[in-house]
Design a protein around this ligand. Structure first.
Ligand SMILES: [Zn+2]
Length: 466
């Protein structure tokens, strides 16, 4: 369930998630066109290039590269001309064709772009191909890959970052870990819908400035999305709503078409003919799609977290002590932390959402506020329901004792980020500093496996001297 954003607003400003929200980029209008800036990032632009170069080397070992200099030269001429219009830091762009018939393209941080042969074959004019390249350049310029990696890193080691200990060495180690190998489902290549909209905006601006009609970018994506031929592109670039409308609106902000746009070139048609004359590409992407395009549910079934260990270890905060399965990890800090197994966290847009485990928060109650356990719990649940509209109370279990203190226990069902439904067991206890909230979460079909572990965690809670 997505609880962090909601609690974050009510918590003190040291909550990591609040900080991330503030640091995220907001589009604003400067003059006419939309001005976008890269969001929160722990990496330097130079590190984007280093990381991208390392991953690119590995990618080229794994992928069937076309290695046709005429095609690659063409892509580089076209791509570099487009990249010259990209806002922000300049990157050493390079473009290469992958000999794969699936319709796909991807960009690594620092400007290493790969265009599948199938994508060039599917494009009907140069503006369509330029549209995809412009969109990918948008991801590079806005540093979406390392932005994603930074957010993942904050989630994995918030204490280290808060304490400022994530210095040269550990950052270098993280870079090495990310850059060690290329994976199609890498954190560097999984974009949120927001990132897609931003990349479309930059793509629109680039196409406009390079004298193409930017609508070809949106209509090409639309054509791929509704066409009979499947495409891998949308598995890493989720299709935003109303794409064409957004592109049209940005064109209106930039200005009117004063020049004759050149949407096709002889060079593009020559390259298409050249590809036609080559032996057909292996159908790797398609093979990958038939097994690779999975619903969140089946993906989760394959990558299910390990069952909770019956051995426990201790966690101490300023507000409580407790014990938890030793194969779980702790993320967060004093007032808001999560205990979760490997693979228990899912991405939902820009949020990290817990699908398996326990989230513990201390929701501060403003001084002088007249409230009690029942009232504070009702208010909390009201705000949780606003951020989790599918959430439904299935059982009010009334009172229970947590380390001798009175608590309330309620069971909800909700949509699981892992697919299907989840059970949220919510226990609240009033403490001197605020309302202590335990949220125990697991998909409905596995709740039985987790229930015993959850009970052990709750039984172990110790408020002594806290
Ligand atoms: Zn994209």
């Amino acid at each position: 369930m997505a609880i962090h954003a909601r609690f974050g607003k009510r918590l003190a400003s040291r909550a990591v998630f609040v900080g991330m929200g503030i640091l995220m980029s907001l589009p604003f209008v400067y003059g006419q066109r939309t001005v976008l800036k890269p969001g929160f990032n722990l990496f330097s632009p130079q590190q984007d290039v280093e990381l991208g170069r390392n991953v690119a080397q590995d990618a080229e070992k794994q992928l069937p590269m076309l290695n046709n200099s005429r095609v690659d030269d063409y892509l580089n001429r076209l791509g570099k001309r487009l990249a010259a219009y990209a806002p922000g830091d300049k990157y050493p762009y390079q473009f290469r064709c992958v000999n794969d018939s699936s319709i796909n393209a991807f960009a690594l941080p620092g400007g290493f772009l790969y265009i599948h042969r199938g994508l060039i074959e599917a494009a009907d004019n140069e503006a369509e191909l330029a549209g995809v390249i412009g969109h990918e350049i948008g991801h590079v310029a806005l540093r979406h890959g390392t932005n994603q990696a930074s957010k993942a890193q904050v989630y994995q080691a918030p204490l280290a970052i808060l304490g400022g200990v994530l210095g040269g060495d550990s950052m270098g180690a993280y870079l090495a870990q990310l850059g060690a190998s290329f994976a199609v489902n890498s954190v560097l290549l999984k974009y949120s819908r927001d990132a897609e909209r931003q990349a479309d905006l930059i793509g629109t601006q680039i196409l406009f400035d390079a004298n193409y009609d930017p609508l070809y970018m949106a209509s090409f994506f639309e054509k791929l999305n509704t066409g009979s031929r499947g495409t891998d592109f949308f598995s890493s670039h989720p299709n935003p709503d109303n794409r064409i409308d957004h592109v049209r609106a940005e064109i209106a902000r930039i200005g009117s078409y004063s020049r004759q746009r050149v949407n096709d070139t002889r060079e593009f048609r020559d390259i298409k003919r050249l590809l036609d004359s080559l032996p057909p590409a292996p159908k790797q992407g398609q093979a990958q799609t038939s097994s690779g395009e999975r619903s969140p549910q089946s993906r989760q079934q394959e990558a299910r977290p390990p069952v909770p260990s019956t051995k426990l270890r201790s966690f101490y905060s300023e507000y409580l002590k407790l014990r938890y399965p030793e194969n779980w990890k702790v993320f967060g800090h004093e007032m808001e932390f999560t205990l979760t197994p490997e693979g228990g966290i899912f991405r939902n847009g820009d949020d990290s959402v817990i699908a398996y485990g326990v989230s513990v928060s201390l929701v501060e109650i403003p001084a002088g506020a007249e409230t009690d356990l029942n009232d504070a719990t009702d208010r909390l649940m009201e705000s949780l329901r606003q951020s989790n509209p599918a959430m439904r109370l299935i059982r009010d279990q009334g009172r229970l004792r947590v380390d001798g203190k009175t608590g309330l226990s309620r069971i909800y069902e909700n949509e699981s980020p892992a697919g299907g439904r989840e059970i949220d067991w919510i226990v609240t206890v009033m403490r001197p500093k605020g309302l202590m909230v335990f949220v125990f979460v697991a998909p409905e079909r596995y709740f039985g496996e987790y229930e015993r572990a959850f009970e052990k965690v709750l039984d172990s809670v110790d408020f002594t001297n806290r």
